[in-house]
Write a protein that binds this ligand. Structure first.
Ligand SMILES: Cc1cc2nc3c(=O)[nH]c(=O)nc-3n(C[C@H](O)[C@H](O)[C@H](O)COP(=O)(O)OP(=O)(O)OC[C@H]3O[C@@H](n4cnc5c(N)ncnc54)[C@H](O)[C@@H]3O)c2cc1C
Length: 382
């Protein structure tokens, strides 16, 4: 029976729930307006040990497994905006886990202590204006010059882009294709690096930016996984990222169904509560069923991942199903709110628009289908 949450997991959840209630929920609207979560939040989370959940203990991490990350996401989601878990995960899980996996002792020493303490914030820079789904087509170039690399190019749609202190960046060090890609940690205060915040239709509390590199000089020691060894690391990182998105989407469905239920139990039309109509009971019954199905598939993928078993196919399925279903569920749950679903003050408006990015980030639904088809023998041999 999944998941196997122990007493320790539940204690971790209780501490987080209390923290979210006090330090996140009251401020989310402010952060949504500001377009980013404050640095303080990272420091507070760091002090409580929530940022280094999976990082090694020698660098201040918890050395724990992905079930703890699952709980972390679920409870951060209860804060009321996807923006918070997205910002925290982009730092702790996407940008920093890659340093832990591929960095030399020097890089780990230099970045991981501050990352787990929340004193430094990370971002992951892979997508570019001309290369998103097709990671192997990135063109940001890093050319070796003595003990440094000189980086030129640009990245776009980067979460934590303007608030980050370092960007774990995909760069081209070799020839075309996936074999010429490296990962380089680029400090955000490197001369020649500039960035600007992008305005989005949703996930407002999470900062998203465009980043330009103009003759940025970066120590060659900041390379992760060796020259031209970046693609494999990025692909390994994608497994964790896709699991993160599966849990965010499942939890988003839970929050939307709760909001729809509460509204349906208080709003009357034609003299009757909305949930007095069987049509709405049935529609929300479908929503709850889809939520359970998405969460169960995500848990199955996490179980394989935590046990170190091959899981890329199931992870892709979990990401695809949870994120696509969350969009269906968003539409259903918004409908019960009628006109209120369009009003800024209504929680459903935010839940609805925040659901839109799920099928795009960390590999779009089309890319997930492509991976599932290829790993399921659905592609004819030429
Ligand atoms: C809110 C948000 C936050 C993000 N944060 C980050 C971040 O922190 N770091 C980062 O590096 N990136 C980030 N991204 C970028 C994200 O990873 C890309 O948007 C995504 O990979 C898709 O790339 P693209 O936008 O260039 O679309 P494209 O690759 O141009 O794709 C366009 C369309 O074509 C479809 N498509 C692609 N391949 C195929 C195919 N083989 N067959 C059929 N259709 C296909 C896609 O699914 C999509 O629908 C973020 C994006 C968003 C929206």
């Amino acid at each position: 029976m999944l998941p196997n949450f122990s007493d320790e997991h539940e204690m971790f959840r209780d501490t987080l729930r209390d923290f979210v209630e006090r330090e996140i929920k009251p401020y989310v609207l402010e952060w949504e307006m500001e377009g980013a979560v404050p640095r303080d939040l990272f420091e507070q989370l760091g002090e409580l040990g929530f940022l280094g959940v999976r990082l090694p203990t020698e660098y201040g991490g918890g050395g724990l497994d992905f079930w703890y990350t699952t709980i972390l996401i679920q409870e951060l989601m209860r804060g009321g905006t996807i923006g918070v878990p997205v910002a925290v995960m982009a730092h702790a899980e996407f940008a920093t886990m890659l340093i832990s996996r591929g960095g030399s002792d020097r890089v780990k020493e230099e970045f991981l202590h501050d990352a787990t303490a929340g004193k430094k914030i990370g971002a992951l820079g892979v997508s570019e204006p001309n290369a998103g789904s097709d990671v192997a087509a990135i063109s940001t170039r890093a050319v070796r010059d003595g003990d440094d690399y000189i980086v030129n190019g640009s990245k776009t749609f980067i979460t934590n882009g303007t608030i980050s202190d370092y960007i774990t960046t995909a760069v081209r060090t070799g020839g075309p294709g996936y074999g010429g890609i490296s990962l380089l940690v680029i400090p955000a205060d490197t001369p020649g690096l500039s960035r600007s915040r992008l305005r989005k239709i949703g996930t407002h509390a999470s900062d998203t930016a465009e980043i330009a590199f103009e003759d940025c000089r970066v120590p060659a020691d900041y390379l992760l996984g060796g020259e031209n060894g970046g693609f494999k690391l990025i692909m390994q990182g994608f497994e964790g990222e896709r699991l993160v998105l599966s849990i965010i989407a499942s939890m988003q469905m839970r929050l939307m169904s709760e909001a729809a239920r509460d509204y349906g139990l208080e709003r009357k039309v034609f003299g009757q509560y909305l949930l007095g109509f069987q049509v709405w009971q049935h529609r929300l019954a479908d929503v709850l069923t889809k939520t359970e199905a998405a969460e169960t598939l995500a848990y199955r993928a996490i179980d394989l991942y935590v046990r170190g078993e091959p899981c890329d196919r199931i992870v892709s399925m979990a990401k695809l199903f949870a994120c696509e279903t969350a969009l269906d569920v968003a539409r259903e749950c918004a409908q019960i709110f009628g006109g209120m679903s369009h009003m800024e003050e209504c929680v459903m408006a935010r839940l609805y628009r925040d659901s839109l990015a799920l099928t795009i980030g960390a590999g779009s639904s089309e890319v997930m289908r492509e991976l599932i088809a290829r790993s399921s023998g659905l592609v004819p041999e030429k």
